[in-house]
Design a protein around this ligand. Structure first.
Ligand SMILES: [Zn+2]
Length: 286
């Protein structure tokens, strides 16, 4: 998504809205964004999906008569001032269900992968593409994946961000977008270990909130600011535990397929203190 900000800090214009794939954590509420702002173009993967979220998104695009572009390698979009978005994937043939390892799914594997170039600054945006896409499409087809910043694939899933991908990408910085106490175990310890071994500086939305990167397009000038510092108990290199092992299953693991998220440690502790206090009051031991 590339747009301009008003004085209030809110976005009123979006040159290009990239719907990397049709899952709700990527296009949920996109219909409201499309209706509430001025969107120039919408880029999408074209992988069919039948959820209400996705249908609402397509309906909003249609209603506002926005140019809907199905992503293909070689397309590029000028964002002004010399900034350019290039589409790298999906690369035909699209992955089918049969092509994918268990746990994988077509919307993720066929995510729109794009790169942003602005002078010497560059950023690779990978959607929820995983290792199979990295290896069998991007690397195999010689896509230019070398970039200053990596927006880490699939929220730091262990199935994405392979060692070879990191080696070829030569990324300096990486941003992981993951929800606090998410049930999927994002980011995984495996990916954090691979990023650390590759010498990449990591930023995480679960620990740091909104992450803003500014650059004038000069080598090494990228400045990163975050909404907050990690708390003392938040180790940037510590991964999360998944609530279920997904390695033996095929298809998308929906939010409802997972048990409720555990309570954050601090909250659990204060709750147990409260309970202990309540028990103490009840039994008069206090
Ligand atoms: Zn996702």
């Amino acid at each position: 998504m590339a747009g301009s900000r008003r004085g209030c800090g809110c976005v009123d214009h979006i040159d290009l809205l990239v719907a990397t794939h049709p899952h709700a954590d990527h296009i949920g509420a996109a219909d409201e964004v499309i209706r509430g702002t001025n969107v120039g173009n919408v880029l999408y993967s074209g992988v069919p999906h039948t959820t209400k979220n996705y249908e609402d998104f397509l309906k909003a695009v249609d209603e506002k008569n926005i140019n809907l572009v199905r992503a293909e390698p070689g397309q590029s979009f000028e964002l002004g001032g010399g900034a350019l978005i290039r589409v790298l994937a999906p690369i035909a043939p699209l992955f089918t269900r049969e092509d994918l390892r268990s746990g994988g799914n077509e919307p993720n594997a066929n995510s729109v992968v794009a790169r942003l170039d602005y002078g010497d600054f560059s950023m690779l945006l990978t959607g929820d593409a995983e290792e199979q896409t990295e290896r069998e499409r991007l690397i195999k087809n010689g896509a230019n994946i070398r970039a200053t910043v990596l927006k880490v694939g699939h929220h730091g899933s262990k199935y994405a961000t392979s060692e070879d991908f990191l080696k070829r990408g030569e990324f300096k910085l990486a941003v992981i977008s993951a929800g606090m106490d998410n049930r999927y175990g994002h980011p995984s310890q495996e990916v954090l270990d691979r990023l650390k071994a590759a010498g990449v500086r990591v930023y995480r939305t679960d620990f740091q909130g909104e992450i803003l990167i500014s650059t004038r397009g000069q080598e090494g000038d990228a400045k990163v600011s975050t909404a907050r510092e990690p708390k003392p108990n938040e180790d940037m290199w510590a991964g999360r535990q998944a609530l279920r092992d997904d390695s033996a299953r095929r298809g998308f693991i929906d939010f409802g397929d997972l048990p409720p998220a555990p309570k954050p440690k601090d909250e659990a502790r204060s709750n147990s203190n409260r309970n202990a206090n309540a028990n103490a009051r009840r039994t008069g031991t206090r």
